[in-house]
Ligand binder design. Sequence first.
Ligand SMILES: Cc1cc2nc3c(=O)[nH]c(=O)nc-3n(C[C@H](O)[C@H](O)[C@H](O)COP(=O)(O)OP(=O)(O)OC[C@H]3O[C@@H](n4cnc5c(N)ncnc54)[C@H](O)[C@@H]3O)c2cc1C
Length: 309
Amino acid sequence: MGLMRSALLWGSRNATLRNTLPKFKFVRRAVTRFMPGETIEDALNAAEELRRHTMPTIITHLGENLTHQHEAEAVAQHYLDVLDRIKQRGLDCYVSVKPTQLGLDFSERLCHELSLNIAEQARATGTMMWIDMENSPYVDRTITLFKRLRQQLENVGLCLQSYLVRTEKDLDDLLPLNPSIRLVKGAYAEPAGVVFPTKRDTDEQFYKLSLKLIKAAAKRKAEVGVGTHDLPLIQRIRSAIRQEGIPDSTYEVQMLYGIKREEQLRLRKEGLRVRVLISYGTYWFPWYMRRLAERPANVWFVVKNMFGG
Ligand SMILES: Cc1cc2nc3c(=O)[nH]c(=O)nc-3n(C[C@H](O)[C@H](O)[C@H](O)COP(=O)(O)OP(=O)(O)OC[C@H]3O[C@@H](n4cnc5c(N)ncnc54)[C@H](O)[C@@H]3O)c2cc1C
C-alpha cells in the first residue's frame, strides 16, 4: 500500500483529526465534491437531480461504530423516516446501512432487530436495504446478519469486497441463498494476509467474482451491483457477459456521487443500468478520508480549496 494511502487511512481512524479538521472551512468546501450536503434534504434533492438523467440512487447516512443503544435506535428511526420520504417523492432509491451504526459493536441482537425494521419498511415502501461491509473484523458478523435477514426478506442486499482473500469462499457459501450482492474492491486498511498483496490481484478477483455473480443472477432473479469506477474493468466485465449472451440489464454499475460524473452519464446513455450512491450526514470525516485514500491526488483538491480555489 502506498505511503500516502496508508497515512490517509490512518487519519480516518484518528480522533484528534476527526474532531479538528472538519472545523476548517476549506475542508468542508472540499467535501462537497463527494457529498451534496449534510442533510437528508440535500441527499434527496441530489437524487431528484440524478433522476432527471434517468439515474436511480442509493442513499446512506454517514456514521459508524456507535456505542449506545439510543444512538443506534435513532439511526434506525431516521432511516424509517427517510424511506417514507423516498416514497413521497416517488424516487427509485435504495438505502444502504452500516451495521456498526446499528449497534453491531455491542449487540448483534439489537443490530438484527433494527436492520429488520428498516428492511421491512423498505419492503413496504417498495425498495431495498443494502448492508455495507466494514473492515475485516466485522465480516463474519455482517454475513451472519445478512443470512438471518435474507431468510426473512428478499429485499436485502450485501456488500462484499474483492480485496479480501476470503471473499470467494464467502460468495460460494452465499450463492445458494440467491443473494443480492454489491461487489466492491474494499476501502479499509487491512493487515497483510487478509487482503491480496497487489491491486492487480484485487482487480482480477473483482473480475472473476463479478462474472460469477452475474451468471448466477442470470439464472435466478437477484440484484447485482458492480460497485466500481474502474472503467476498463467495467468494459472487460461487460464484454465477457455479452459473449455469454447475458443481457446488460442483469447487473447494475454502482458508483459514488461526484466520482466520474461524466462517465456515469455516458454509461447510462450507452444503455447500462447505473446507480449512484449518495452519502450525507455530519459524521463525514472517516468516510471522506477513505475517499481521499482511494485517489491520493484528491488531496490536491483539498489544498486548492485552502487557497480559495
Ligand atoms: C456503490 C459503492 C458502494 C461501496 N460500498 C463499500 C462498502 O460497503 N465497503 C467498502 O469497503 N467499500 C465500499 N465502496 C468503496 C470501494 O471499496 C472502493 O474503495 C472505491 O469504489 C474505489 O475503488 P474503485 O473500484 O473505484 O477502483 P480503483 O481502481 O481504486 O479506481 C478506479 C478509477 O476510479 C478513480 N477513483 C476511485 N476512487 C476515487 C475517488 N475517491 N476520487 C476520485 N477518483 C476515484 C481512480 O482514480 C481510478 O481512475 C463502495 C463503492 C461504491 C462505488
